[in-house]
Design a protein around this ligand. Structure first.
Ligand SMILES: *Cc1c(COP(=O)(O)O)cnc(C)c1O
Ligand code: SF4
Length: 348
């Protein structure tokens, strides 16, 4: 037999060190079983108990939450694992740092009644739900009262009326929280309501669920996607190549085959992806799954996240390294969101 080097080699899926005892569970069951206790997370990864007091204390401010599916991609015994750092509450979150505030991007000022954040003329965010499957420690929403601001609670009625009264809005972005925590039937009801607005030309979803809970990309969700009256763009949120395993790749591929345009946004995070190799591997892994890099966001300066910040000069140097190493279409746009700005500001 002749052994040939494959033309397109995929990195083999390293089987997760933690046994997959959840195969076959629905996304809702997996969500219900997500880890919320630091002790459980540390034990699952063979990490020292000495990390526990700080983790417990920091989770009183913003709760720990991470699905097992994501935990299985973490490296046991490594307290610096880039996936773990995004989920494990850290002592540094408790230090007040000047300039790091509760609403760094001005969402409260842009909030237009239940579930609408309208900052840019032609597009707006419809906050479908305040909840997420994972609580990312750097999230700018960690201190924002999204639960009281979700549109689903008011059955979307007032949100629809707002959009109807703004005919310049031609794209609705389902956001959150994570809008895919709504059931597919709820999404269907919502898209039917939106289809009564003649101005809408595009629908978009901002979600991390295909990454952290890939079972959410169900047959039902793909069917819903196929019958939408507008093109659907999905902007997923992935920060590190190791977040993409076989299950995630399959979920993304299926959704793409159902017609979704897939883009990714990342946050530039110290200790997670602040190197040229990490960012380049991320872009390549995304593309292997049918996803184009869209934005690389500089950190929003929310209180409790200062230890994740990469300064803009260093970010610009990383971008130069990326441009040398990657095909142009694999290079994300480095941006910063600034309260009051009319779009996400280029930061290069
Ligand atoms: C990020 C964002 C959008 C989308 O902006 P794009 O540049 O089109 O991706 C829309 N509205 C708000 C309030 C946002 O924060
Ligand atoms: S999934 Fe997105 S919105 Fe939810 S906690 Fe993470 S960064 Fe924040």
């Amino acid at each position: 037999m002749v052994t040939r080097t494959p033309l397109f080699s995929q990195p083999p899926d390293t089987p997760g060190p933690i046994a997959d005892c959840q195969a076959g569970l629905s996304w809702r069951q997996q969500l219900a079983q997500a880890i919320t206790q630091a002790a459980e997370l540390l034990a699952a990864l063979n990490l020292p108990e000495s990390l526990l007091p700080a983790a417990d204390q920091a989770s009183t401010q913003f709760r720990l939450r991470v699905p097992w599916s994501f935990v299985r991609r973490m490296r046991p015994g490594d307290p610096d694992d880039p996936l773990l750092l995004q989920a494990l509450p850290a002592a540094a979150e408790l230090n007040p740092i000047p300039g790091f505030v509760s609403d760094p991007v001005g969402d409260l000022a842009a909030s237009q009644g239940p579930g609408i954040i309208h900052k840019y003329p032609n597009r707006l965010l419809l906050i479908a739900t305040g909840a997420c499957a994972i609580n990312c420690r750097y999230c700018f929403r960690r201190a924002f009262p999204y639960l009281e601001n979700s549109a689903a609670q008011a059955q979307f009625g007032p949100a629809l009326e707002y959009i109807r009264a703004h005919p310049e809005v031609d794209e609705v972005i389902l956001s959150g929280g994570d809008p895919l925590l709504l059931g597919t039937l709820q999404l269907q009801r919502l898209s039917e309501q939106l289809s009564s607005l003649p101005q809408i030309r595009r629908l978009r979803i901002h979600t991390r669920l295909p990454i952290v809970l890939p079972a959410r990309v169900s047959d039902h969700l793909c069917q819903w996607t196929r019958q939408l009256p507008w093109p659907l763009t999905v902007v997923v949120h992935c920060n590190h190549a190791r977040e993409i395993n076989g299950e995630v790749r399959l979920a993304l591929t299926r959704w793409r085959q159902a017609g979704a345009h897939l883009l990714n946004q990342s946050v530039l995070l110290r200790g997670v992806n602040d190197s040229v190799p990490a960012l380049a591997e991320l872009s390549e892994a995304l593309f292997d799954s049918g996803v184009l890099p869209y934005y690389l966001n500089l950190l929003d300066r929310v209180q409790g996240s200062a230890h994740f910040e990469v300064d803009q000069m260093q970010a610009q140097e990383l971008m130069i390294g990326l441009r040398k190493r990657l095909s142009g279409y694999l290079v994300p746009r480095l941006v910063r969101e600034q309260a009051g700005a009319p779009y996400k500001l280029p930061a290069e």
